[in-house]
Write a protein that binds this ligand. Sequence first.
Ligand code: ADP
Ligand code: MG
Length: 396
Amino acid sequence: MTYDKKTIEDIDVSGKRVLVRCDFNVPQDATGAITADKRIVESLPTIRYLVGHGARVILCSHLGRPKGTVNPKYTLAPVAVRLSELLGQPVALAADVIGPDAQGKAAALKDGEVLLLENVRFHAEEEKNDPAFAKALADLAELYVNDAFGTAHRAHASTAGVADYLPAVCGYLIGKEIGVMGKALQDPKRPFVAVLGGAKVSDKLGVINNLLDKVDTLIIGGAMAYTFALAKGGKVGTSLVEPDKTAYALDMLKKAEAKGVGFLLPVDNLCADRFAADATPVPFDAGAIPDNMMGLDIGPRTVKLFSDALKAAGTVVWNGPMGVFEFDAFAEGTRAVARAIADSGAISIIGGGDSAAAVEQLGFADKMTHISTGGGASLEFLEGLELPGIACLLDK
Ligand code: ADP
Ligand code: MG
């Protein structure tokens, strides 16, 4: 897959009806009030560009999981209100995604006006990528812009299907995701160091395998590391492990050796007798964890080992916390790695929902080059998979 895609700046949008797939899947409280408008704010540069260049803007998004039926609980009405406040201009809401009201309102748009369609997942055809539904959606517009990275790994009608009927380009959000991550994977500034962690090896099989083809050094922390320790014959106590993945772990160690890729695993761990915020952290050497203890963070010697490896990095890709960062007593490993990445001056890319949350929570968000907005999508990207919502866009 090429990551060199046409953007909104590469086509003439003036006077054209432009369908934009956004990610307005915002968190809401029990009354439906939006509790964080970050996703709406992040969509503004693309919308403002289109408005400023005289496009007739038709926005669409999903919100929650209405599972293919109309459910007022998941209406995009609160998004229309907030977006209108942020843009400083009216944002009309169509009663449905397709159908007479959407058609009438789309056709009546004047240059620079903005219309928001109702939740695309009110129709079961959306997630099935039904061609007739995609065509009806595409018929509202003359151009398609995908700016929803979080759903780009899904071939849905509004994320990929519409591109069968319309010229398709990316907005600024997807443009930045593929610009920074695509460059790192294709032509990284070296040394290229990847840091992987988090809960499960089985979630990251493809990521480990793909990154071993690209990086100079691979660092593994988090619960994943215990499956590697077990594979090497170590004692891991009651740590989270996947015994059925030890053969895979050994394969990956062999692959690294054959390729001359540095492979760093923890040398010590902070452990506890139970999975709890108030448990007392006790350090043990890796592979020597007592039967009644579980590893919940990397230990101090590992912090030093990983930090030293990160110091000289030119590019860092990080996915997966080093420990249970949600518990203060076991957040230090994740914090130290975040600090080492920030201090390295490397191009730094954070992928994965919990990793992004950790970096924000620990106060390092503004020190990173790029925090990917798509959890699942960024993982598939790092796996080297083709993302349908990106593959469908016009090449430069
Ligand atoms: P991401 O969403 O960034 O891809 P994951 O979902 O793979 O990351 O992993 C994040 C979770 O892994 C966090 O909730 C964290 O508490 C958990 N985790 C990290 N280390 C451990 C550990 N040693 N034991 C149990 N859970 C862990
Ligand atoms: Mg996660």
